[in-house]
Design a protein. Structure first.
Length: 401
């Protein structure tokens, strides 16, 4: 990797500019980014937190294809560009169109027809980390809105509405744990956009000045609402007054839906119940914008000097700098055996340049070992977030990892 002094001119979003300058991503074109070694490590850390929490509620990981069979989407009317206006479609040699997956309800529902026939096959939930393609009109927000982006999408399958409700509540708890672990404390569950889904879907909104959404909240933030649901009956139901709600910009990091029969009906996902009667499968779906989450974290915690990663998603814990011959040798010694936690800046560069890059890259701790600190038997450990430096005995240095 290399850091850059300036962000590319066409990168107007702060997350895109900082992530590019610090060597996390490379912009191919508007809304399309490559993840470089540091960036990929952040993505993997985010995925692992999500994976652990979804496995804990019984989710099974799968990976579905990106190329989509139009026949399935025609059954729900969603291959039409009028119905879904963000399709990327491509011609197949020999004729015909394929779609590039914007989401996966249709294929997953169809796939499960091969695995669900009896009530004994239910319930279960599957999820994936998958690249989605969407021809978004605006793609000027860095990795917050991609035309190609990483999503976690989970789908659950149930015999009854009560069972769907129960699982939905479990997912809500899992999501609360996920966003807390990601360090995104200011993430709230809100009612999603109006229409028939208002009661059956929720969004997860992180307060963020550059977020594209607007949310309304009461003083203790026990009620956080999307703009679309500020209806008098909703407010009355929640016991809040419009004039008592403050407003802020926010980014949607996830959302969850009780789909019920929305896809299982048109695609014919059925099962035979205990009384030998055919029934339609109840479904739920649950999304998290993995690459958007990385952009939100980058935006939310960055300061004037660069990125500031929460420990849980930082690509490495420590940025290590050795100064002088003995300092470099001692740093090398500390690095050996801890390669997965330490980014060792062993470039032939001035310490000042290394310190500036340490701040730009934003790992939680910077460790400096020099001839001078060795004379004291210590290393200098600086916290990126606060800028505070403390001395740690060289023989105790591993305790900071
Ligand atoms: P938005 O309103 O931001 O377009 P959406 O309602 O279209 O989101 P879903 O289709 O439900 O989103 O996707 C699930 C999650 O994927 C969203 O909550 C969001 O975090 C993320 N996401 C959606 N579109 C994008 C995008 N273009 N780039 C990056 N992440 C996205
Ligand atoms: Mg969208």
């Amino acid at each position: 990797m290399k850091t850059l002094r300036e962000a590319p001119k066409d990168e107007t979003a702060r997350n895109g500019a900082l992530l590019t300058r610090a060597g996390y991503v490379y912009k191919e074109m508007a809304g399309v980014y490559d993840f470089l070694p540091l960036g990929l490590r952040v993505i993997e850390k985010i995925k692992n937190i999500v994976r652990e929490e979804l496995n804990a509620i019984g989710g099974q990981e799968v990976l579905l294809s990106s190329l989509q069979n139009p026949e399935l989407w025609e059954k729900t009317g969603r291959f039409s560009d009028q119905e879904v206006d963000i399709w990327f479609k491509t011609e197949v040699t020999g004729g015909g169109l394929l779609g590039l997956a914007p989401t996966h309800e249709e294929p997953i529902t169809n796939l499960m027809k091969s695995f669900v026939s009896s009530y004994k096959d239910l319930p279960f939930a599957v999820y994936q980390f998958q690249t989605k393609f969407r021809n978004e009109k605006r793609a000027k927000s860095g990795i917050l809105r991609g035309r190609e982006f990483l999503m976690k999408d989970m789908y659950s399958f149930h015999r009854t509405e009560e069972d769907l409700d129960r699982y939905y509540a479990k997912v809500e708890k899992a999501y609360a744990r996920i966003f807390a672990r990601l360090g995104l404390d200011e993430t709230y569950e809100t009612f999603a956009s109006g229409g028939i889904f208002a009661k059956y879907s929720h969004e997860y909104q992180t307060f963020l000045p550059v977020g594209e959404d607007t949310v309304y909240y009461n003083s203790d933030k026990s009620v956080v609402l999307n703009e679309e649901v500020l209806l008098p009956e909703v407010l009355a139901d929640l016991g809040v007054k419009r004039e008592d709600l403050a407003t802020t910009a926010a980014a949607e990091v996830g959302n969850i839906f009780k789909l019920k029969f929305k896809y299982s009906e048109p695609l014919g996902l059925k099962f035979i119940d205990e009384k030998n009667t055919q029934q339609t499968v109840y479904m739920g779906c649950y999304g998290i914008g993995i690459s958007r989450v990385m952009g939100v974290i980058a935006e939310k915690f960055a300061d004037g000097k660069g990125l500031v990663w929460p420990k849980a998603v930082a690509p490495f814990k420590v940025y290590l700098v050795g100064i002088g011959e003995a300092g470099i040798a001692k740093a090398q010694e500390f690095y050996t055996g801890h390669e997965d936690e330490i980014l060792f800046d062993d470039r032939d560069a001035r310490p000042g340049e290394k310190f500036a890059d340490a701040e730009l890259i934003g790992l939680p701790l910077r460790v400096v070992i020099s001839d001078r600190t060795i004379a004291e038997g210590v290393a200098e450990v600086t916290e990126r977030k606060t800028g505070e430096t403390r001395k740690v005995a060289l023989d105790k240095l591993a305790t900071i990892l």
